[in-house]
Design a binder for this molecule. Sequence first.
Ligand code: ATP
Ligand code: MG
Length: 677
Amino acid sequence: MSEQIANNVSESSLPSTQQPSSFADIYHSSIHNRESFWAQQAKRIYWHKQPDKILDDSNLPFAKWFVGGETNLCYNCVDRHLPDRAEQDAFIWLSSEINQELIDTFPAVADAFSDLGNSVEFYTDYTKRRLTYNDLYKEVNYFADVLQRHGVGKGDRVIIYMPMILEAAYAMLACTRIGAIHSVVFGGFAAHNLAIRMDDAEAKMLITVDAGLRGGKIINYKNLINQGVEQANHKPEHVLVVNRGILPFKAQPIDVDYATERRISCDANATVDPVWLESNEPSYLLYTSGTTGTPKGVQRDTGGHAVALTTSIDYVYNGKAGETFWTISDVGWAAGHSYTIYAPLLAGMTSVMYEGLPHRPNPGIWWRIVEANKVNILFTAPTGVRMLKKQDETWMTRYDVSSLKSFFLAGEPLDESTASWLTEHLGVPILDHYWQTESGWPILSHAPKFNHKPHKQGSPGYPMYGYDAHVINEETGEPCAAGEKGLLAIAAPLPPGCLTTVWRNDKRFISSYFNLFDGKQYSTSDYAVVDEGGYFHILGRTDDVINVAGHRIGTQEIEEAISTHPEIIECAVVGIADELKGELPIAFCVLRDHEQVKSTENRFRLEQQIVGAVVKSLGGIARPAAVYFPQALPKTRSGKILRRSIRALAENKPTGDMSTLDNPPAIDAVKQSMKDY
Ligand code: ATP
Ligand code: MG
């Protein structure tokens, strides 16, 4: 196969490939001529040594891509762009948390920037820092030098526990530069979660900060790290601390001050040669959100990951080198890994990194950032949009967002009313797409680059190239007919960029994902249906299905019916045990204006309307047995509604592991709403 791979692209050329004529051709070739398709895509990146074999599928479901090829993720993200785009911004970092008020309170915050020599602009409501590819190259090399000087090398695991600051990006890229395996742990997780991950990954080094900020509230990262280290069985050798000047702390014996070490590397003008990794060597570990239980340590490879992400910027997102991509997601999530850090850089784009909330200092902040930085492609989860939907919509219309080409959403079902609201006010295509931490890049999407099929609101699109995705009957494994509900499955091999296994747990990889039929179908654990036009629709998670008198109903379908109500911002439907019918659906609805339920009359009207909407769309069998109006719903840190906790509350059972919960007061809100009834 190696002869099929042309020579490396010159280091200065941009990612490109010969364009097949249509999406249908691309898709067909990616499934039926897998190796030649991906050999072609592999030319988008720099290989230190060309692969000997494009795909080794001799041990499915474990697939190996670009076998024998040697490359480096950091080199492809940074060094490769220096000849052509050294002075182009690699990152634009914005923080609405670092505002004038904070700087007045903590003068050391501004000092912490002064040493870095990068252009920092302070505004009253946010701080902005631009970083060219050249700056990024220097910072990543210093960071890699610091890591190496502290004994971190190829294959070592490094836990990164940081907020949305540029040093988090340097840390990730520096790890991949030297072949160390990073595992970013979302900054909001508690010490206990950290300790579990430290032990699982057997981390040699931790990288953290003194403090993070969320809506002006200070989060004591350093203290959480100290507690995590105390609780962990496997202790790290060092804790590298980026001191932001927010929270004074007492240094521990294993602590290393990043600013001091950086100065040493900077004075020495240190550069670190990239370590060339075999394509299948791991680049990073990332734990799933834990919406459905214990998180799984997703392991990503190196070459496949780089090729898949670079290709996706072109074929899925229609992004181009030099354009600006903004993924509003924490770096602790898969979206942040793939589309805040790696993919935009691989493709030579400018990536926006934002530390802050969607509605602070005001609900216009997203659109102000889009306008000021001419963002071309925006990507976030529906949860943030729903938060904005509660606010006055003139916040949206006062900014010029004409630079936007498209707005992608993923992570949760995108309800029609949120999609229409965005479409109406933004005037750009609102593209729902579907993927998982495991896949690392979209499984289902629209592909706006190709006029393949018109964009269809209400659907996350159709399978992307490389994914042999089908809706299959859960019992027989046979493909479902159009309109027939089934399990969304992907035939092995998974394309490049998807998880290669669960960290040090091949058994769990198989038992979690490939336990169906012949063991050759990856289960997404989501239900779906394909309509007559070939568009897929996600119907919810397999464990969010309730059984009412023998009828299996996805709670998401009921939620969709409820979401059509104009006064409802978001809702969750769960099934509770019922002696007569097995299970009954009950609905928890958050109103735009919670005051509404204070009048009994109003509340009654709302209940009637909600029940009416469900019955009209799904029939009497789906009728909610009760409708409650909490002020908020419990969510995971990644913004997903925690239905399993709501269900436990409704059934008066222990809520189980709540460590992934983002908003603890919502638990009381749910309890209170049931008392109000
Ligand atoms: P865990 O696997 O630990 O329970 P999780 O599934 O929430 O956590 P992620 O990998 O972040 O972790 O989320 C992927 C899931 O999110 C999908 O399997 C699906 O249930 C849901 N999802 C993602 N995108 C969409 C979408 N566009 N529409 C509907 N659901 C989506
Ligand atoms: Mg999942």
